[in-house]
Design a protein around this ligand. Structure first.
Ligand code: SF4
Length: 234
C-alpha cells in the first residue's frame, strides 16, 4: 500500500481524480480507495443519527477512527447511540468537545446563543472543534447524501476540502433513503431511536424538531430560520 504524503496540491489532484473515477462506485469501493490512499490517516465523522458510514468503514478498516462532536446540546438518545456504536462496532470512537462548556459559553455570550446567533454558536461548538480535530488526518468521510436537501444535490463522492486542505469522502452520496433503510435492516446497523419518533435528521436538541409529512428530511433543523447547515460541510 502506498500512503500519500499530505501535500495539498497532490491531495487536491488525488481528490479530483478520485471524484471522476469513483462516481457511480459502491460505497465499499469508495472507502476501500480511501483506505488504500490514506491508510490510518483517514477518519469518519458521525453525528450519531445512525451508524451506516461507521459500519461501512469498519468493514474496510477495523478500528477506524470515528470522530463524534459532543456539542453539549445533544439529545440523550444521540449520546446513547454513540455509546452503543463504541461498544459494539470495531471502530475507535473519538469524542471531541468545544473549548467552552455550555455554562461557560452562556457566561461569555449570554444564554441561548443558538436563538440569537446560531451561526456563532455553531462556529464555537461545531466548526472550530471539528477543524482542530481533523488536523490529525489527511481525509475524512461523512454520511452526506444528495437526496437529503436541495443544498446537497451536487455533492461528489470524493471532494477537495479546500478550507481544510483535506480530501473529503462521501461514500453514500448517491444513496436514497431506501438504500439506507435496506442497509440498516440487512446489517443490523445501530440507529438513533429519534428517527422512529418523527425526526428526519438529528442535531442539537434546541435546533431540531420533528418533521411533518412531505417535508425534507432536514426541514426540522433550525426550523423557522434561514440557516440550513451548521458550517461543517460548507
Ligand atoms: Fe448551537 Fe444549535 Fe449549532 Fe448546536 S446546532 S451548535 S445548539 S446553533
Amino acid at each position: 500500500m502506498t500512503i500519500v504524503v499530505p501535500d495539498a496540491d497532490h491531495l487536491r489532484r488525488l481528490a479530483e481524480r478520485g471524484a471522476s473515477d469513483l462516481e457511480g462506485a459502491a460505497a465499499l469501493e469508495i472507502l476501500t480507495w480511501a483506505d488504500e490512499q490514506f491508510g490510518t490517516t483517514w477518519c469518519v465523522t458521525s453525528s450519531m443519527e445512525d451508524s451506516v458510514v461507521p459500519h461501512l468503514a469498519s468493514r474496510v478498516r477495523a478500528g477506524v477512527d470515528v470522530v463524534f462532536l459532543d456539542t453539549g446540546y445533544h439529545f440523550p438518545e444521540t449520546i446513547g447511540t454513540r455509546d452503543a456504536v463504541a461498544a459494539t462496532l470495531p471502530v475507535t470512537v473519538k469524542t471531541i468537545t468545544p473549548r467552552q462548556t455550555v455554562a461557560e459559553q452562556d457566561a461569555s455570550f449570554g444564554a441561548r446563543l443558538y436563538e440569537r446567533n446560531p451561526d456563532q454558536c455553531c462556529a464555537l461548538r461545531k466548526v472550530t472543534p471539528l477543524r482542530n480535530a481533523l488536523k490529525d488526518y489527511t481525509a475524512w468521510a461523512s454520511g452526506l447524501r444528495r437526496d437529503e436537501a436541495d443544498g446537497r444535490r451536487h455533492i461528489g463522492v470524493i471532494e477537495w476540502d479546500a478550507r481544510r486542505s483535506m480530501v473529503k469522502i462521501n461514500p453514500i452520496a448517491a444513496w436514497t433513503q431506501q438504500d439506507v433503510d435496506s442497509y440498516i435492516a440487512e446489517n443490523g446497523v445501530i440507529v438513533n431511536t429519534l428517527l422512529f419518533d418523527g425526526y428526519g435528521s438529528v442535531g442539537c436538541a434546541p435546533c431540531t424538531r420533528r418533521i411533518k409529512p412531505g417535508e425534507d428530511l432536514r426541514a426540522g433543523r433550525w426550523a423557522g430560520m434561514s440557516k440550513t447547515e451548521c458550517g461543517i460541510h460548507d
